[in-house]
Design a protein around this ligand. Structure first.
Ligand code: SF4
Length: 378
């Protein structure tokens, strides 16, 4: 890793903590912009979504974990602190990573294809996936990682300067920097930019619904389709994530799903079939599902990378279950990266890694048969 310090490596690694390291990610790091920002000091900012308990204890109601937090203590995610019976976030305005990525890297395949997206993260996460690729920033407290001072307005200015039409909160877990995401989204949408989150979906209903007016699209990592996996490998729960997905779709939010296929852990064909059937029935056939390739990482280094044949089989299952948009991810050059018209099967959007060609696509539809393709296109 000559020439790369730890921060540069994290920035170029990209993706989300749920995604395996993609080999084609050495992109456009705005290192100079990041380095020009002043270093942040850990400063409390009022938190949203918590309740007072007896004494000075509080209950955080942001995510389903519902941490009970005593005075001078923090919740599980390590970035929200009780000070004298009031609750604060310690990461508002303090990103630890800023980057400019192809939107396909998130991955979002039906959202402004071929564009760059200004991406940021603070430290912290409300789960601890054993396969996290960004554990160096997701599993630390604010004092353990250098962060920068960047107000929401500053983020908007930087995004505009970069020429990105959208901002993504990604890499760690946007739920735990909820207040920052919300304030960024409010200004971004007012000023003509879009705002997306790349999330595990582990959030309670009320904060989710309050955030939706400030979002343009959401990508959710559905990490498996069993509670066993969520309990043992993620440190979370499946049911609240499924609830989030249903709420997003019901609210009309553009939503894409990623299912990282991990050998021996969540790659059973019956489990994938059940998941696809659930997506078709509860979310609808137009919600894209990305089956992405796992690479050994963090605490799952002894497992092999996902065989491409397993990803292809998962995609076939999804199509057989009637889903319209099933993708193979983290396999650059694979034909499963393309968007196919569900009506005439023509290639509508051609992808090879992050190279995108829109020759078969016009005005949100298949050029050949005029079938409308759902997504956020302008
Ligand atoms: S957001 Fe953090 S503090 Fe709040 S319930 Fe979830 S893990 Fe606990």
């Amino acid at each position: 890793m000559a020439g790369l310090n730890r921060r540069s490596f994290l920035a170029t690694a990209g993706g989300t903590c749920a995604l395996a390291l993609c080999p084609f990610t050495s992109l456009l790091t705005p290192a100079s912009a990041q380095e020009n920002l002043p270093e942040a000091r850990v400063t409390p900012h009022p938190a949203l979504h918590w309740e007072k308990q007896s004494g000075r204890r509080i209950k955080c109601t942001l995510c389903p974990r519902e941490c009970l937090v005593d005075d001078r203590e923090r919740g599980y995610c390590g970035v929200r602190e009780n000070r004298g019976g009031d609750y604060f976030t310690l990461v508002w305005g303090n990103p630890c990573t800023l980057n400019i990525d192809p939107v396909e890297k998130k991955p979002l395949n039906h959202f402004l294809p071929g564009t760059k997206i200004f991406s940021l993260a603070t430290v912290g996460c409300n789960v601890n996936c054993k396969f996290c690729q960004n554990w160096q920033i997701s599993q630390v407290r604010p004092e353990q990682e250098r962060s920068y001072d960047a107000s929401p307005q500053k983020i908007i200015e930087m995004a505009k300067q970069s020429g990105s039409p959208a901002i993504a909160s990604t890499y760690t877990e946007p739920v735990v920097f909820y207040e920052y995401v919300k304030d960024i989204g409010r200004i971004a949408l007012q000023q003509g930019l879009k705002n997306v989150i790349i999330s595990n979906g582990y959030i309670q209903e009320k904060p989710l619904l309050e955030l939706l007016p400030y979002l343009s699209a959401v990508k959710i990592d559905l990490k498996a389709f069993t509670e066993r996996f969520y309990k043992e490998i993620v440190g979370g729960e499946l049911k609240p994530v499924l609830d989030t997905l249903e709420r997003l779709v019901k609210a009309g939010m553009w939503t894409e799903l990623v299912y990282l296929v991990i050998p021996t852990q969540n790659d059973d064909a019956a489990e994938i079939r059940s998941m696809c059937r659930w997506v078709g029935e509860k979310l609808g056939r137009d919600v894209p599902v990305h089956f992405t390739r796992f690479h050994p990482e963090y605490m799952l280094k002894t497992l092999p990378p996902t065989p491409v044949a397993t990803l292809e089989q998962a995609r076939e299952i999804a199509l057989a279950e009637g889903l319209h948009y099933a993708y193979v991810g983290n396999v650059p050059g694979h034909p499963g990266e393309h968007t196919y018209c569900p009506s005439c099967q023509a290639v509508v959007i051609h992808r090879s890694g992050f190279r995108v060609e829109l020759d078969g696509f016009a005005h949100g539809a298949c050029k050949k048969c005029r079938q409308k393709i759902p997504g956020v296109w302008v």
